[in-house]
Write a protein that binds this ligand. Sequence first.
Ligand SMILES: [Fe+2]
Ligand SMILES: [Fe+2]
Length: 426
Amino acid sequence: MNLKPMLKSLHSCLVVFVSLIALSSTAAPRHVYLTWQGDTSRTITVNYQTLEPSGASTVHFDTKPRNGRIGDYRFMAVGRSHQIAGLEDGREIHWVELGNLEPGQTYYFVAGNPKHGFTTERKFRTATGGSEKLRFVTGGDMGIGPDMATLLQQAAKFSPAFGLVGGDIAYANDILTNSTRWDVWLDHWQTNMITPAGYTIPMVLAIGNHEVRGGMTPTNSRFYLRYFAQAGERSYHARTFGKNLAIFLLDSGHLSPHDGEQAEWLDAQLAAHHNVPHRMAVYHVPMYPSVRVYDGPGSVAGRQSWLPIFDRHHLTVAFENHDHAFKRTPPLRENKLNPNGTLYLGDGCWGMGARPVLAKRRWYETKAASLQHFWCVDVSRKSVEYRAVNKAGQVFDVYPPNAKGAKAAEKVYEALTQPKSPEAQK
Ligand SMILES: [Fe+2]
Ligand SMILES: [Fe+2]
C-alpha cells in the first residue's frame, strides 16, 4: 500500500483545519487591498487589517500560483502595522510594500502570518513600465449603498489596471464610530474590484470633504491617511504609469489649501513631467461645477490657484467630483473655450445618487446630466479615449467624437436624458 498520497492528503487536511481555526480569530486578516507608495511598475503595497494585534505583517508572493502553501512561495516581504488612536476595536492596519517587481508581471500573494492565518491567494499585475496601452477607471463620491457595488462590478468588467477615486469615499467624515462604513466600503472593493481574469484591482485615491472632520490637520483625517498607504501624511501626490501617463492627485482644500505649498509642488511636478505625453489631475471639488454654483469657494480657489498652472503646462484632463452628476466640458484654456485646452470631466457619481442639473447648459458644459457613472479611460502614446459608463454597463458618452462607439453612445445619452413623460413619472 502506498502511504505517500495518503499522508499528503492528511497533511493537506490538517493545513486547511489549522487555517480555518486561525481565520476564525479576529487577528486573522479582515480586509486586503492594494495601493502604491512609489514606482507603479516595480512595487505595490499590500494593505490588510486585523481586528486585534496579530504580530508580524508578512506577504508571501510568487509569479506562479501556490494556492496558499506558504512554504512554496519564492518571495516574502515584511512590513509594519499601526493603529488609529481611539478606535475602539483596536484594529491593526498592516502595510507591506513589495519591491523589485517586474513591470507588467502577474504576482500571486497571501498576506498575514502563520500564527493567525493568511488571506486566500489573490493575484495582481504591476503597471507597465513602457509605452503599452493602459486602461483605468475613475470616479468619486461612492458611499456604501447597493449602487456603488453594482457600479464597481461594471467597472471591473473593463479590466482596468487600477481604480482612481476622486474623494468622498465611504462618507465616514473621519468619525471613529463610523468605522463600519469603511468596513462596508472595503468589503465592496475587495469583492467587486476583481477583473474577469481574476486580478485584484489596485486603488489610487484622492481626498474629499467626507474624509475629513474639522480643520486642516492630519489628525482630522485619520482613516484616510492611516488606512491607505500612499504618500505618508501628505494629502496630495503624483504617480506615473508607464511612459505615457502621469497623474496628479490633488487636495481641493481639505487638508491642504489649493494655494501655497501645494500649488508650488504642482507647478514643479508638471514641469518635471513635461515629457510624459498625457498629464492628468484628479481632485474633489470641481472648478467647473455641474450642480453647485460657479462661485462656490472651492471652485473659485481652484480656478485661482491651479488653473494658471494647468494652462501653463497644458494639462490633458482634470477629473472633478463632489457634485454627484455627470458632466463633460469642451477643452478650456484661460477660462475660455479653446481647442488646445484641458478637458474637465466629472462630476463624481460613482455610487451616490445623482443630483438634478439645471435644464439649461452652462457656458462650459458640453453635457451635464443627472446620471450615475464612472469613466473608463484608455491611454496610448498618441491618444486618450474617455467613456462614461452607467450602472447597467451602458456606455453613454465617448470622447473624442471620432473614437469607437461615440455615435452609439450619443443615442444612449439621448434616451437616458429624455424628459420623462408625465405618465412615466407616476
Ligand atoms: Fe460627495
Ligand atoms: Fe464632496
